[in-house]
Design a protein around this ligand. Structure first.
Ligand SMILES: [Zn+2]
Length: 338
């Protein structure tokens, strides 16, 4: 009897151990971590953006150490609020600098995610001309290679796929970007974050994912606050997509707008699909003194109190800022069952 008990005990321990080792992973610039270690997360921010365009963005037009000195205090500030993870959304050809992110992470202890992908908004200014004629499969191959081999020989791997489309129905090329993202998701399990305007582009991209057998929860509709018809955010969340409300720089009307959307999503039982961030920052090589850098902290001092006043509970906020990012960015293939 004693041995049966012991055997049962060891089976239980082994089961627990298996569950632990099979838990979901997040890929950060300093390596992998368990999804449940992600903690309080800002899921859409930037520390550096260079808008010069794909033909002139490399080599970098700034001194990395000088940029680091300007950015560092903004990241240190986040520790006061308990931020553990910072999702940096600047793509290649727009100033993605993964060594800078790694240095910031090592210095502050805050985990950083970076991305692979291409940014098609603003008339493809941030995508080299030769990429614009490529097939989706060819584009996806590039992103998959960054996932498998690391970025530009650094060994740093992307934690998600970032694409961007215009604020209208998708062009042929932007539909190809979405298809490439679906193909890369199937190969890597990286979540797709798409800078998208109103709902029309979001639902078109979800249809492209569906045609490729990719489930909506592989897709973050970033900048969903651009859609003024609140029923569309609910529709996307009910379909299973992530609805990211990410524009908060303390401008007049922004808090009211975001509060209205979050309350509506709560009333429709959709808070389990909501992400919230500033889309703030950043060091701009045109302004080497750091002028115009928007802080990554206004959410805590301004937006969260306004949300609480409107009936969003602490448990709701924990879901939005801690639980949802861990589920959204977990590296996992999300495929439709057929
Ligand atoms: Zn952004």
């Amino acid at each position: 009897m004693k041995y049966i008990f012991l055997a049962a005990f060891w089976i239980l321990l082994a089961t627990v151990a298996c569950q632990r080792t099979s838990s979901e992973k997040i890929i950060t610039v300093t390596g992998e971590m368990e999804a449940d270690e992600m903690g309080l997360t800002l899921p859409h921010e930037h520390v550096l953006v260079d808008f010069i365009g794909a033909d002139s963005v490399e080599p970098p037009r700034y001194n990395r150490d000088a940029a680091f000195g300007i950015i560092l205090p903004h990241i240190q500030e986040l520790k006061k609020y308990g931020v553990k993870t910072f999702v940096e959304c600047t793509p290649k050809f727009l100033g993605r600098d993964v060594l800078l992110l790694k240095k910031l992470s090592t210095e502050t202890g805050i985990r950083f995610l970076t991305n692979t992908g291409f940014y098609g908004a603003q008339n493809n200014k941030f995508i080299p001309a030769q990429v614009q004629t490529m097939a989706a499969e060819e584009i996806a191959r590039f992103w998959i290679a960054e996932f498998e081999q690391g970025i530009d020989g650094t060994g740093i791997r992307p934690g998600f796929i970032k694409i961007a489309v215009e604020r209208r129905a998708l062009s042929d090329f932007h539909a190809r970007l979405a298809k490439a993202a679906a193909l890369a998701h199937k190969a890597t399990g990286l979540t797709i974050m798409s800078h998208t305007g109103p709902a029309v582009g979001a639902f078109q991209q979800l249809a492209i994912l569906k045609a490729e057998g990719v489930a909506p929860d592989a897709f973050i509709w970033t900048h969903a606050h651009n859609e003024t018809d609140f029923s569309k955010q609910v529709e996307a969340a009910r379909a299973g997509a992530w609805v990211a409300l990410d524009a908060f720089w303390g401008k007049a009307g922004q808090a009211e707008n975001l509060v209205g959307m979050v309350v509506n999503l709560k009333q429709n039982n959709c808070l389990h699909r909501v992400l919230l961030s500033h889309d703030a920052g950043w060091y701009d090589p045109e302004k080497p003194d750091g002028a115009g850098y928007q802080p990554h902290t206004l959410l805590f001092g301004q937006l969260l109190p306004a949300l609480k006043k409107a009936g969003i509970s602490d448990a709701d906020l924990h879901q939005i800022l801690v639980s949802n990012p861990a589920r959204a960015f977990a590296v996992k293939k999300r495929l439709l069952e057929n």
